[in-house]
Design a binder for this molecule. Structure first.
Ligand SMILES: [Zn+2]
Ligand SMILES: [Zn+2]
Length: 450
């Protein structure tokens, strides 16, 4: 595991949670490749494994392993590691594992198969099976870079994204899963990780080019967070994560220097300015002038071909909003009347929203307060609303009750730190990796730490 607040001077190994207790998985199927060869370690015993299928089962506080007609059991941890650890990583190298949960906690949660390099460790935590993939940090970064990026993405973007991902990991601020011996988990809660399943020679090259490089501010590694599209104005960290003040994640126009002075003056925390901003198409790096939206999927991989992210519209029906209010806020309502922004951050993102409704019983209006951009996006859409920078139009009103809420919005994600589509726009227009990182994390610098 990484040591908090310590900058490593050699490449560290990191522990990625693949199966968490909440997944409630009791049986895992593994397929070992012909190469490399693996061995199994239980307590002090080491057994060489043949290529082929292995099953690991959790039952009554005991782990059982079945491989090639042989069986072992124990209550301690089980490790499967390469006999000769090789330094180089290749696409689809490693052990195939099924099932692994993707989209944990979302309505589209599903089980998938992934291919995991380096070492796997299985153990029991809180009466559940957990699995950890221990691997070299550079291998992890290669795997993370690909699941986010399409093969055509320009090298400067891939390198900027890779340095940001490495820095975020080593800054190691959140540590949501530390009690289980995990530095990060494999899902969007931390960073989506699917092993070598989607690794390409291109993403390996991008990682090798920046190996050991991190982003620094003063003498600390930057907690370099990023999102898909800021919408033309970067959000500050403290508007997204309450009271998290970070000098290099601030409100700033995501525009070329020639355009910035006029936009700099805008105060999007003001309601009228935010509405006008959302209705405009500013000349931003993440806007259609620099990145044609119909070409996004060529560069960014998993995006919806038809969708616009810089400026978007979505309709929510009365029924949908009442359903989500019950599901995510535990509120039974007869009708939702209005959505009123109370506070906005510097990018126009709403950080406090009043949801005015009639309760199930009684005729007095009530207000539910959604108090973060995350909660607002969670409550207003089953698919997670693109962003909380929006204005509302009410449609099909009957007896003061809207049948449809039309949301007109800007950007995708929290908007703080690097804007991936904006960084793509910069890279496509010849900006080098140093300029991209300095733009999104002002006054930071790149340092080689190992
Ligand atoms: Zn996590
Ligand atoms: Zn942007």
């Amino acid at each position: 595991m990484l040591k908090p607040h310590v900058i490593p001077d050699i490449e560290p190994t990191i522990d990625v949670g693949i199966i968490l207790p909440e997944d409630d998985i009791r049986t895992v199927e593994l397929t070992l490749p012909v190469q490399p060869l693996y061995r199994l370690i239980i307590k002090d015993t080491s057994i060489d494994l043949q290529p082929g299928a292995i099953r690991i089962t959790y039952d009554h506080h005991t782990l059982h392993v079945t491989a090639g007609g042989m069986e072992w059991s124990g209550s301690g941890s089980i490790t499967i590691e390469p006999v000769n650890p090789s330094a180089a990583l290749a696409p689809r190298q490693g052990i195939t594992m099924h099932p692994v949960v993707a989209g944990r906690g979302f309505h589209w949660q599903k089980n998938i198969s992934v291919i995991l390099p380096d070492t796997l460790r299985f153990s029991i935590y809180d009466n559940h099976l957990i699995a950890i993939n221990s691997l070299l940090l550079e291998h992890y970064v290669m795997c993370v870079a690909t699941s986010e990026m399409g093969a055509d993405c320009p090298p400067a973007l891939l390198e900027a994204q890779t340095i940001a991902a490495r820095s975020w990991l080593l800054a190691n601020i959140e540590q949501k899963h530390r009690a289980m011996g995990m530095d990060v988990c494999n899902d969007d809660c931390c960073q989506r990780y699917q092993g070598t399943t989607f690794v390409t020679p291109h993403s390996i090259a991008g990682t090798i080019a920046t190996s050991g490089k991190v982003l620094m501010y003063g003498d600390t590694i930057c907690d370099a967070r990023y999102s898909k599209s800021c919408g033309g104005m970067m959000e500050s960290a403290h508007h997204v994560w309450h009271d998290y003040h970070i000098p290099y994640m601030i409100v700033k126009p995501d525009t070329p220097p020639s355009v910035s002075p006029s936009i700099q003056k805008l105060d999007l925390t003001r309601e009228a300015a935010a509405r006008a901003w959302i209705d405009s198409v500013p000349d931003a790096w993440c806007g259609p002038r620099y990145v044609p939206e119909n070409e996004l999927s060529r560069y960014l991989g998993h995006v919806d071909e038809e969708a616009a992210y810089f400026r978007w519209r979505t309709e929510i029906t009365q029924e949908e909003i009442r359903h989500s209010l019950k599901l995510y806020a535990g509120i039974q309502s007869r009708a939702v009347l209005s959505l009123l922004p109370v506070k906005r951050g510097g990018s126009g993102r709403i950080t406090e929203l009043d949801i005015v409704y009639y309760p199930d019983r009684g005729s007095r209006q009530q207000v539910y307060k959604a108090c973060s951009e995350y909660e607002i996006r969670r409550i207003l859409s089953n698919d997670f609303l693109y962003s909380s920078a929006f204005r509302v139009e009410y449609r099909e009103i009957s007896d003061r009750i809207p049948g449809v809420f039309l949301l007109i919005g800007a950007g995708w994600g929290h908007g703080a730190g690097l804007c991936q589509i904006g960084a793509l726009g910069m890279a496509l227009h010849g900006q080098p990796v140093e300029a991209i990182l300095e733009h999104y994390y002002p006054n930071s610098y790149i340092k080689q730490i190992y």
